[in-house]
Design a protein around this ligand. Structure first.
Ligand SMILES: [Fe+2]
Length: 310
């Protein structure tokens, strides 16, 4: 399976690096193959959400406005092939030099109706501390659209990576941005398969949308020059075809992973939607039928599609 299209592989990494250094971002449509996108969607569906499932699964955050599958390196060989691709590793070498590390990764879905603040991604949350810490390390983020994005698109203030470091805060109000940088806002509508690589110091957000039917499916991973910190990376050993020194460094083999996993969720960030209600309701019925006579138990299990041995 090819992850990237020929068109994308042909682009010189030095050109990508130059654009990111100058404007803060690089955008390319049709960078990912259809097969890769389909594989990711299928792997996410298989991982699903997990209530007492003995596997890696997805979670809901912000009361159902977002779905995340953070541990893509445990759930998807295709994702492993993507974020450890030699094109990516070579690009990182061009960008950072010899040392760099995968800091965070995830698949996520944004549902309509949410309002994200303008912010930068050069912050970190240590497991041992409750407050965020400023990082001075250079970093980049790969965003990939897995669905067509016509609304609620990513927006970036061009060249903001140059000035944002003068501030120690990471969030910016809509008023501040409109007064000072309105002309610099660049929007990124795009078809699925579009890739956006941006400097983590740049100010960005997802454009607010009121359309609640809208879903944006995105792949995210962040790489930093600092090799001494990252979020925990859960990795399926089966996926590693070749373990060379670059891969060991990039994935943080044997290194501390002190940053908090994003997002932090529990049962209370889970919405009571059609899906979660369906699971819980059927589970409840499955407990209840145990007290019923055999013929009735069978009928009810069939009706609610509950496996017969449960
Ligand atoms: Fe961000």
């Amino acid at each position: 399976m090819n992850v990237f299209t020929e068109e994308f592989l042909k682009i010189d990494n030095s050109k990508i690096v130059k654009e990111i250094r100058e404007k803060g971002f690089f955008k390319f449509e049709n960078a990912l193959t259809g097969e890769f996108i389909n594989n990711i969607i299928s792997d996410v569906k298989t991982a699903d959400i997990g209530l007492n499932k003995n596997n890696v699964a997805g979670v809901y955050f912000t009361h159902g406005n977002q779905f995340f599958l953070t541990h893509m390196l445990a759930a998807s060989k295709s994702f492993y092939n993507y974020c450890t691709n030699s094109k990516v590793i070579k690009f990182c070498k061009e960008m950072f030099g010899d040392l760099f590390r995968l800091k965070a990764l995830r698949y996520y879905e944004n549902f309509g109706g949410q309002h994200m603040q303008w912010h930068t991604d050069n912050r970190r949350y240590e497991k041992s501390k409750s407050v965020e810490t400023h990082t001075t390390d250079p970093g980049i983020i790969f965003l990939a659209y897995l669905s067509d994005v016509e609304d609620g698109e990513f927006q970036y203030i061009q060249k903001s990576h140059i000035w944002s470091g003068q501030n120690t805060h990471h969030d910016y109000t809509v008023d501040y941005v409109n007064q000072n940088y309105k002309k610099d806002i660049v929007g990124f509508k795009g078809k699925k398969g579009t890739i956006l690589i941006y400097n983590s110091w740049g100010v960005h957000r997802a454009k607010p949308t009121t359309n609640t039917k809208f879903v944006r499916k995105t792949l995210f991973f962040q790489v930093e020059k600092n090799i001494n910190q990252s979020e925990p990376v859960l990795l399926n050993a089966e996926f590693l075809d070749e373990v060379n020194d670059d891969i060991k460094m990039y994935l943080g083999f044997g290194k501390k992973a002190n940053n908090k996993i994003y997002p932090t969720t529990d049962i209370y960030t889970m919405p009571l939607n059609k899906k979660t209600f369906g699971i819980i309701y059927r589970w409840f019925i499955s407990r209840f039928v145990l007290y019923m006579p055999g013929f009735l138990r069978k009928k009810i299990r069939n009706f609610y599609k509950i496996p017969s041995n449960k």
